[in-house]
Design a protein around this ligand. Structure first.
Ligand code: SF4
Length: 447
């Protein structure tokens, strides 16, 4: 590659999960330290980072079409952008990307992006650089202080996964489970609150697998960390995602009943409702044990909103086994859910299993599942009508004087009135639709 002048502007395009969004924010902070500015809206950037997701088939192919678009735009503008590919596709297919896409200068995995400055030095000299090393903790220690602004912030506390569900690439692209040190997390949370965050969402592939030694040297789990973070002045709301049923403990469940700043919302994937399928997925739990866990959460916090993840069409899934998935949705009555068709991922055991389900059967099952999920989501919003709650204002609405934010149950709420982004406003939920609710202002709690 020809040497290129130092990029002045950048754009980070993050795909997939919230952890990728968090990584994208940290990469942007690294570039900011180097004096590189975000490219203005609508303008081509000198450096483009595609921060990729590897969960679904189309996601990987999408990377190549995005690269193609950037190259074509560069030809049109007479200035080729510096292209970097980061995230899970970079980790899984780094060499293939370098072979298939000569326009790419940098390939960097999710555990190595703290070395982006060195890789940029090489790229500016016309060299290509790849780094898919996995020094997770070292990464965080090497990153600059948080500069994130805004009412809501993500904080990665745990990374990697040791569960090896048979359909999932994450253990191969994100590595083994690691927990970031307690003191580093408290420090980063304080910095986020100083920068204006009222709400922090703790992130991890298995966030509830987090554990560490607190400031008194006691071994604590996620419940202990949440109790400590709740003492930070100015931090009003705490959330966490994504959890695994097998990493739940009584202290975390009890925290939902005891820590007022911990929001009454739990995202707990189950993926399927049938035990034979759960076994074939290597989920290491049954439908029954999952439902007992849900009961414990409801006992600790009766108004808790529950959300889940589901996969339809896992290899070998019969109609009767799919019915079990519909049944567990009816048993739990989720406030919200994410649902997907099974997608064979290269290198995962399920990809070579017999009895792969036909796409049209998957599509038809997904439709039925999503109709059932939508029914319960609407019922949850309807049941919320008349309740008083606070809304954290995140952005302006469709017209002046209209604002949008999230309820404690992570519902989208809009209201009319005097407010600003970052305000906590007390409302009465006046009407509930399938995807959002209308609020009527009672008082403004804090600006
Ligand atoms: S728990 Fe299973 S689905 Fe979740 S990241 Fe780990 S392997 Fe993937």
């Amino acid at each position: 590659m020809k040497p290129t002048s130092a990029p002045q502007t950048y754009r980070v395009k993050s795909f997939g999960c919230q952890m990728n969004v968090y990584d994208g924010e940290r990469m942007a902070e690294l570039l900011g330290e180097r004096g590189i500015q975000p490219a203005p809206e609508g303008e081509e950037a000198d450096l483009v980072i595609l921060n990729t997701c590897h969960i679904r088939e189309k996601a990987a192919e999408k990377v190549y079409s995005d690269i193609g678009r950037l190259v074509a735009a560069g030809k049109e503008n007479g200035k080729a952008p510096l292209i970097a590919v980061a995230g899970c596709v970079a980790q899984a297919e780094g060499e293939e990307i370098m072979a298939r896409a000569p326009a790419v200068s940098i390939v960097v995995g999710p555990q190595a992006y703290h070395r982006l400055p060195d890789m940029l030095d090489k790229a500016e000299k016309g060299e290509r650089a790849t780094d898919t090393d996995m020094p997770a903790i070292a990464k965080f220690d090497a990153l600059p202080a948080r500069k994130k602004r805004g009412p809501s912030a993500f904080l990665t506390v745990q990374e990697g996964c040791d569960k090896f569900c048979t359909y999932c690439v994450v253990p191969y692209t994100r590595g083994a489970e690691i927990s970031r040190p307690f003191s580093h997390l408290v420090d980063e949370a304080r910095k986020l609150v100083e920068a204006g965050a009222k709400e922090i969402t703790l992130l991890g592939q298995n966030v509830n697998a987090w554990s560490g030694d607190d400031d008194k040297g006691r071994r604590v789990g996620l419940g202990g960390l949440i109790r400590t973070l709740a003492q930070i002045d100015g931090l009003e709301r705490i959330r966490y995602t994504t959890s695994h049923p097998n990493d739940m403990d009584d202290d975390l469940i009890a925290a939902h009943g005891e820590v007022a700043k911990l929001m009454p919302y739990l995202h707990l994937p189950v993926q399927a409702g049938n035990d034979r399928i759960l076994k074939a997925m290597n989920r290491q739990h049954t439908a029954e044990s999952y439902l007992r866990l849900i009961e414990k959460f409801r006992a600790a916090r009766p108004d808790i909103a529950l959300s889940g993840d589901f996969i339809v069409g896992f290899p070998g899934e019969t109609e009767a086994e799919f019915q079990d998935t519909l049944n567990i949705v009816d048993d739990v009555r989720y406030a919200a859910c994410f649902s997907f068709k099974y997608s064979p991922r290269p290198g995962t055991p399920a990809a070579t299993m017999e009895h792969q389900i036909a796409p049209e059967v998957m599509a038809e099952r997904l439709q039925r599942l999503q109709a059932r999920i939508a029914h319960h989501q609407y019922a949850f919003n309807q049941a919320s009508v008349g309740k008083a709650c606070t809304v954290l204002v995140e952005r302006t609405g469709r017209h002046p004087g209209q604002w949008l934010g999230k309820s404690p149950w992570l519902q989208s709420v809009w209201f009319e009135g005097e407010a600003a982004i970052g305000d906590l406003v007390e409302v009465t939920l006046a009407a509930g639709g399938p995807n959002s609710l209308e609020g009527q202002v009672r008082a403004k709690l804090s600006a």
